[in-house]
Ligand binder design. Structure first.
Ligand code: PMV
Length: 353
């Protein structure tokens, strides 16, 4: 008997221009476009196996060994239903195809990093789920077409369907058919850009992105300025910087956008704080490193960025990484006392496309 099963890994992506705010909460349509870098497959990733079998009684999902409920009408159910719809189209065109769309699926997913700690686990998780079903169903769909479905699992997941530098274009249509991910440049375009992830805390984050975004959209005046004026200009400028491999411009925009995202969180009622004292100390270190370098006639050496949690991601040219790691480890020694609150990984590995 044939076995219908596929396993796929999808890496985390870290945004340089942040997505924060939905204009449609069901379809997950954002209030602004965003842009990210997809990390190397060997580092932070979700690995997902999907299996279709007529003997299964219903769709089921396991996350890191624990079964999760698939709620009717929820995001996971929506992604599975959309993927089965695409499979049905294949079966209708070619009646010889096995009717996999009518079989229940069992989906088993594993993250090799802390879940829901502001390390974008939902991004890699939903990207891997959609990609594994696409392989299982042998769909002819492009990564951009699949991004339309991953987006409905978790917005930022749409960007993890591509490697390298990826934009999520917000789109204008009410049905979301033009709100999708496109590759700005493949990883090989800029192999010298590395990422360092500083795990300040792997505890579950305080305010989940869904409720945080909703509160920000409802209460922040700064968000309106951000989405109308700031982000469109930054999307154009950072795209140009990536094409030109212009690190100082890329770094300035990345840090400014991280700062504004956290300012928008603070401008929310009640305010949301994702950074902690260690996060702020790392910002101060990077600012000082850059100031000293520029003062000595050099250029910006590193860029920090933070998502909805206290963990820092530092982008820098490969040649600067050793100095940055030594600086951070010097200020935050990996002593036993510090181990639970501060871990480092992904130090010197290049990102991959
Ligand atoms: O996709 P979500 O709902 O986990 O939202 C992610 C939002 C940020 O990580 C803070 C920014 C981004 O663009 O990834």
């Amino acid at each position: 008997m044939a076995v219908y099963q596929a396993t796929v890994s999808a890496p985390v992506n870290i945004a340089c221009i942040k997505y924060w705010g939905k204009r449609d909460t069901k379809l997950i349509l954002p209030t602004n476009s965003s842009l990210s870098v997809t990390l190397d497959q060997d580092n932070l990733k979700s690995t997902t196996t999907s299996r279709a079998d007529p003997s299964f009684d219903r769709d089921r999902l396991w996350l890191n060994g624990h079964e999760e409920e698939i709620k009717d009408g929820g995001r996971t159910a929506t992604c599975i239903a959309e993927m089965k719809r695409l499979r049905r189209e294949v079966e209708e065109k070619d009646p010889k195809q096995p009717k996999l769309s009518s079989y229940p699926v069992h989906i088993c997913s594993h993250n090799n990093f802390p879940t829901a700690a502001g390390l974008a686990s939902s991004a890699s998780g939903f990207a891997a789920l959609v990609a594994s079903l696409a392989f299982l169903y042998a769909l002819p769909a492009s990564p951009s077409a699949l991004s339309l479905i991953a987006r409905q699992g978790s917005g930022s997941a749409c960007r993890s369907l591509f490697g390298g530098f990826v934009a999520w274009e917000m789109g204008t249509r009410a049905d979301g058919s033009d709100s999708l991910a496109v590759q700005v440049a493949p990883r090989e375009h800029w192999p010298d850009l590395h990422a360092l992830i500083c795990v300040v805390s792997d505890a579950k984050k305080g305010v989940a992105s869904t409720s945080g975004m909703q509160r920000t959209v409802e209460t922040s005046a700064l968000l309106q300025h951000r989405i109308r004026t700031v982000v469109p200009e930054r999307m154009a400028a950072i795209t140009e910087a990536i094409h030109a491999r212009d690190f100082p411009t890329f770094a300035k925009i990345t840090m400014a956008d991280s700062n504004q995202f956290h300012a928008v969180a603070l401008d929310t009622e009640p305010p949301i704080f994702y950074l902690n004292d260690v996060s702020r100390a790392i910002i101060a270190l990077v600012v000082e490193l850059n100031r000293a370098s520029v003062a000595a006639g050099g250029t910006i050496k590193a860029a920090y960025t933070y998502d909805a949690g206290p963990n820092a991601v530092i982008y820098a040219p490969a040649a600067n990484m050793r100095e940055i790691v030594e600086l951070i480890v010097g200020y935050f020694p990996q002593t036993e006392k510090f181990n639970d609150v501060f871990g480092l990984f992904s130090a010197d590995k290049p990102l991959s496309g």
